[in-house]
Design a protein around this ligand. Structure first.
Ligand code: IPD
Ligand code: CA
Ligand code: CA
Length: 254
């Protein structure tokens, strides 16, 4: 199944790259929440592949409107974001990815995030570790928040989120810096491979974080809620880190 997910993510990524910089129509799903023909073409390919290879599995896909449930026997569910980083993509900013995870009986068992612009493939399987382009990857060893590089995202409904500015200020003042790259799935993949030491964000959806959760956990990191309790991909917010700076981060996310 991992090979299937890898091949599918690579093929969907090829579609994104072919259309990159050539998008004529951008549709709005909300005030600042966009969708392009590339999101739709990538998702159509992924759904078609899953249906033909695993006709009994369920699919939770962003553009299909939350859930396309096909069969569902055996408890397998594919959770996909065909283009994470649509705003970047629509503006020609090369920071986006395809992200695919498989859940079995409520547990994420594999995750694949593919960045076609850098040809970087992040993979993880439950109990088997995580890899970047086939080489084992680990979270960073930064053990003090003051030495860390963090990343976050600004939710689409940011106007309704009172605590966001406070969290951002506190973590900015107490780390080496905070980046905002515009693709939550890539942000989490970068925590998994040690480029970032920590990530936090609210207002995300299951398809934004499903692969990232297993990538980080299999790379030795920690993924929780802001109060440190067990994280479910179905209910953001999320705080993810290399584990070593986790409690310091949580201290500022109250
Ligand atoms: C978005 C990106 C972004 C995050 C948003 C997501 P999309 O996904 O992951 O980084 O801040 O909350 O919705 O819309 O580009 O698939
Ligand atoms: Ca997304
Ligand atoms: Ca998306």
């Amino acid at each position: 199944m991992l090979n299937f997910a890898i091949e599918t993510a690579r093929d969907a990524g090829r579609i994104l790259l072919e259309k990159f910089g050539r998008i004529d129509t951008v549709t709005k799903k909300g005030d600042i929440n966009l969708v392009t023909e590339a999101d739709l073409a990538s998702e159509a390919l992924i759904i078609e592949r899953i249906k033909s290879h695993f006709p009994r599995h369920s699919i939770l896909a962003e553009e299909a409107g939350n859930a396309v449930v096909i069969g569902g026997e055996g408890g397998h569910k594919w959770i996909i974001d065909p283009l994470d980083g649509t705003t970047n993509y629509a503006h020609g900013y090369p920071c986006f990815c395809v992200t695919i995870a498989l859940e079995n009986d409520g547990e994420i068992v594999l995750g694949v995030t593919y960045d076609p612009t850098r040809d970087e493939l992040f993979t993880a399987e439950k109990g088997k570790g995580a890899a970047l382009n086939g080489k084992p990857m680990r979270v960073s060893s930064t053990d003090i928040l003051g030495n860390s590089l963090l990343v976050t995202g600004f939710p689409y409904d940011i106007k309704q989120r009172e605590d966001f500015a406070r969290h951002l200020t506190e973590l900015l003042l107490n780390s080496r810096g905070v980046r905002r790259d515009g693709s939550a799935a890539l942000d989490m993949a970068y925590v998994a491979c040690g480029r970032f030491d920590g990530f936090w964000e609210e207002g995300l959806n299951p398809w934004d974080v499903a692969a990232g959760k297993i990538l980080i956990e299999e790379a030795g990191g920690t993924v929780t809620y802001y109060d440190g309790s067990q994280f479910s991909i179905y209910r953001p917010p999320v705080c993810a880190s290399n584990g070593l700076i986790h409690s310091e981060m949580l201290g500022y996310l109250k």
